[in-house]
Write a protein that binds this ligand. Structure first.
Ligand SMILES: [Zn+2]
Length: 243
């Protein structure tokens, strides 16, 4: 009886170790996701900055084209000025030219301001690009570290699972079947009874059952929580009842 119990206890030790490894590694995917989110936010911010500069560059090119077109128009109008026959037509065209020249002047002033702003925006972007690069590097390094840890614990779990089948084959088949059913719902599935109290549910087991456990050094089922129970004395080196 005691050997059966010991084999099952050993199996549970493997299962508990796997469970604790999985639990510890469980935080890593969440941490990685959090870092990825952080990186995503930083990337969106830098992309918005790049888009702002690109937009200003486009605006600048468009206005440059406009200014050239308007200047050409004025030149053509000025050439036609001498062809005007009536004074009325002449002054009307002269007025148009005047308005166009003023508009062009305003555009030129706006262009100077835009070029100034663009210079500042490019400079600011350069700094932000550098900051983003540093941040990206840091986040990537941390993610790689977490992925490494995750891989490590996965490898450890795999090793333990490999060992598990060997350990399980030493467990009595009926006991193993019962254990497998319980452990899917609650781990530990095998618990000791200390001074008459089940360590799984903290309820007292009937005195007769407790006495039987101590005498047989085997296992039974807790009437309260249905876990497999044993008297803790049974797994001690020199159990009193074995003397
Ligand atoms: Zn119990």
């Amino acid at each position: 009886m005691r050997e059966k119990l010991k084999a099952l206890a050993e199996l549970q030790n493997v299962d508990l170790e796997v469970a604790s490894l999985r639990k510890a590694a469980d935080v890593h995917p969440r941490q990685i996701a959090e870092l990825e989110r952080e990186l995503g936010v930083a990337r969106s911010a830098i992309e918005a900055e790049r888009a702002r500069v690109t937009d200003m560059e486009r605006q600048k090119a468009e206005r440059e084209q406009n200014i050239t077109d308007e200047k050409d128009k004025v030149k053509k109008w000025e050439a036609r000025l001498s062809e005007q026959r009536s004074t009325r037509e002449y002054s009307a065209l002269a007025r148009e030219i005047d308005i166009a020249k003023k508009a062009n002047l305003t555009m030129a002033e706006e262009q100077v301001e835009l070029i100034k702003q663009l210079g500042l925006a490019r400079e600011a972007l350069k700094g932000k690009e550098a900051d983003f690069g540093t941040k990206q590097q840091g986040l990537s390094a941390r993610m790689a570290e977490l992925r490494g840890k995750l891989g490590e614990s996965e490898a450890q779990v795999k090793t333990l699972e490999g060992r598990r089948s060997g350990v399980a084959s030493a467990v009595d088949s009926n006991l193993l079947r019962r254990y497998e059913v319980i452990r899917k719902k609650k781990l530990p599935a095998l618990v000791g009874v200390v001074a008459g109290t089940c360590q799984g549910c903290n309820m007292n087991v009937p005195p007769q059952l407790y006495n039987n456990l101590r005498t047989s050094l085997g296992t039974d089922v807790c009437p309260s929580c249905n876990r497999i129970i044993y008297a803790v004395e049974a797994l001690q080196e020199t159990p009193a009842a074995a003397k």
